[in-house]
Design a binder for this molecule. Structure first.
Ligand code: G3P
Length: 224
């Protein structure tokens, strides 16, 4: 099943978008929570109220040592939600992933900028890999190549991790990545809204409405 996430902690925006698309869960990071000015204790229950019991949350550690990340990840994983712990894919983060794997904690390796970096995280036991699509592209690399290389390596080595590309800045990037057949994506609320929108849609619907009113004023379709 494809997993569509929203990369936000804004409860109102999550509610608005969830009404019109099947939101599987939410991804957050320290910057997203800082922007909302709200911590996990406030945000997670409010989002769960909106999305329901089955919602999956990807929550990032903020510790700067391996030991700190491991302890923080254990605490995060014990929160009463379907939680995946996000660990930055640095050397100390990879060391934390290795330790956490033996503790059966679900891990997302975040801040992935290259296929080789993601591959090491997958070997360390990450359940999800989050390549940063736009950030890769603006550095002059090619996010489609990074994601397709990761798919190839995961398949060749029969690894069980999923790809959860993040950091999209336009819908063309989203389509380029979806075309590769990834397992999941996370979208900012702006990009999620743009996925539903097209400047020609409302004018087309307006023509239907006008034509209908001209011929069957006041009636609904089943009354005609
Ligand atoms: O979780 C981090 C990832 O979503 C980055 O997105 O938009 O800050 O590049 P962005």
């Amino acid at each position: 099943m494809f997993e569509l996430y929203l990369d936000t902690a804004n409860v109102q925006e999550i509610a608005r978008l969830d009404a019109a698309m099947p939101v599987f869960g939410v991804t957050t990071n320290p910057s997203i929570l800082a922007k909302e000015g709200k911590g996990l204790a406030e945000v997670l229950p409010a989002i769960k109220d909106v999305l329901g019991e089955q919602a999956r949350f990807h929550v990032q550690t903020v510790s700067t040592t391996t030991e700190g990340m491991v302890e923080e990840a254990i605490q995060i994983s014990q929160l009463p939600y379907d939680i995946v712990v996000k660990i930055p894919t640095t050397e100390i983060g990879l060391a934390a992933m290795k330790q956490l794997k033996s503790k059966n904690i679900s891990i997302l390796a975040t801040a992935i900028y290259s296929a080789q970096q993601g591959f090491i995280a997958a070997l360390c036991g990450a359940d999800y890999l989050a390549p940063y699509v736009n950030r890769i592209d603006v550095l002059g690399a090619n996010s489609v190549n990074v994601v397709s290389d990761l798919q190839l390596l995961i398949k060749q080595q029969n690894l069980s991790c999923k790809l959860l590309p993040a950091s999209f800045k336009n819908t063309r990037q989203v389509m380029d990545i979806l075309r590769l057949g990834v397992d999941s994506i996370t979208l900012s609320t702006d990009i999620a809204a743009q996925m539903m929108a097209h400047p020609s849609v409302q004018p087309a619907v307006d023509v239907f409405t006008n034509d209908w009113q001209g011929a069957f004023a006041g009636k609904l379709a089943y009354q005609s």
